[in-house]
Design a protein around this ligand. Sequence first.
Ligand SMILES: [Zn+2]
Length: 68
Amino acid sequence: MVVFCFLVDQKRQVRRSKPAAGICSRCGGGASVADMKTATRFCYVPFYWKSWRAIICTFCGAILRSYR
Ligand SMILES: [Zn+2]
């Protein structure tokens, strides 16, 4: 019997960040420029990585702006 797996998910990771000007529109927390890394996984096996930069909230983690 063959079991097919169609589970695809993405794992987001902040590699490093530094404070930036601006505040979060959601919670009012401080913003920071972060180097992000997204791993796309298929059946829990990563097969694609993407590095990108974004401005995120240091308090709630919301993405305020992204540069792709
Ligand atoms: Zn926030």
